[in-house]
Design a protein around this ligand. Structure first.
Ligand SMILES: [Mn+2]
Length: 340
């Protein structure tokens, strides 16, 4: 399904439905929440009843967003979540494309085989056979940019409001690291220019997202860099690991390690940066890269994950020591690509 076809048939498609659930991925980020809320506000303008549902809690730096109090957090109220899924006549996947990315919600989602599904996403390797309609663009900054394009197609003058613009800016800003990466074409800047207005202040939103650290979060960041970062000069790679105890020592709150993985990339020679954390009984990997080195490939081939060229995630079910050992075995396999 091409983008043109999706856009030209979208209104007819969506207005068949009256009760829509919008779901996003586990450990939701600014784009997951921003694109879902904006899409929800947009659908409400067609008289559609909507519910945004995320598998687990959002990070504290998103708590101020419009509509966030209405979001259903599945792992806090799974009964309500199941009820929502059972009553809906369309399930929209935003900012992910595989049910396995929805954590504990996964099983209940997989039971909804008869409910049609819509996909709006920018991750790789989507299986389109499960979707009644889809907009899947790998070379787009964020799902929020895709939602912005859908709304723009139907007319910003008619459908854009301050809540939608704010949510979309949060998503685009966070998925591009404040417009530092993942920008494939000038449309990203153009569309953001249209979202900003006298009542939607970019600097205010930026400050709400980035300048709201707790003291613990700031000290944890310092600890990551000074005590837990290993630079593997031979492979232009650096990694940081955090044990469960480290997180407890700094009174870890959801979102506190957000952005930590980007710091090693600020070292001139580093092509790949990795954050390895022990959380909720599994080991999580967060990968970032500069240039054309694909961390998506590394995450997919060795760490049960994937994502984008320059940003990806993965998980292993093992101890943190075993996870680091595995990582140290994998890195040399990419030496030629990392040092070219
Ligand atoms: Mn995204």
């Amino acid at each position: 399904m091409s983008k043109d076809l999706f856009l030209s048939t979208f209104k007819n498609f969506i207005t068949q439905y009256h009760n829509v659930v919008i779901v996003s991925h586990v450990n939701p980020d600014g784009d997951a929440v921003g694109s879902s809320l904006a899409f929800s506000y947009f659908l409400q303008k067609f008289g559609i009843k909507t519910k945004v549902m995320i598998p687990n809690d959002f990070p504290g730096f998103l708590a101020w967003m419009p509509g966030i109090d209405e979001v259903l957090i599945y792992d806090k109220n799974s009964e309500k979540g199941v009820q929502c899924l059972n009553e809906t006549d369309l399930i929209c996947y935003l900012d992910f494309n595989a049910p396995s990315r929805t954590g504990l919600m996964h099983n209940d989602l997989c039971h909804c085989t008869k409910t049609p599904k819509l996909l709006i996403d920018h991750h790789r390797d989507a299986d389109f056979t499960q979707f009644a309609a889809y907009l899947s663009e790998v070379e787009t900054s964020s799902t929020s940019e895709l939602v912005a394009e859908i709304i723009q197609y139907h007319g910003f003058d008619k459908y854009l409001d301050d809540n939608i613009a704010t949510c979309l800016l949060v998503g685009i800003m966070t998925d591009t690291g404040s417009f530092a990466h993942s920008i494939y074409h000038p449309d990203t800047f153009e569309i953001c220019g249209k979202l900003i207005s006298p009542t939607v202040n970019y600097q205010y939103i930026h400050s709400k997202i980035y300048n709201t650290f707790s003291e613990n979060r700031m000290r944890l960041l310092g600890y990551c860099i000074s005590n837990r970062m290993t630079v593997m000069n031979e492979f232009n790679t650096a990694y940081i690991y955090l044990t469960k105890k480290d997180l407890e020592d700094f009174d870890y709150q959801v979102g506190d390690t957000e952005g930590v993985v980007n710091f090693p990339l600020m070292i001139d020679s580093i092509r790949m940066a990795v954050l390895i954390t022990e959380r909720q009984g599994v080991i999580r990997f967060s990968f970032r890269s500069k240039g054309d080195f694909s961390v998506h490939e590394v995450a997919r081939a060795h760490f049960n994950g994937g994502g984008h060229l320059n940003a990806a995630g993965g998980t292993l079910n093992c101890t943190i020591e075993q996870a680091i050992e595995k990582f140290l075995q994998v890195v040399p396999q990419y030496k030629s690509l990392l040092t070219k």
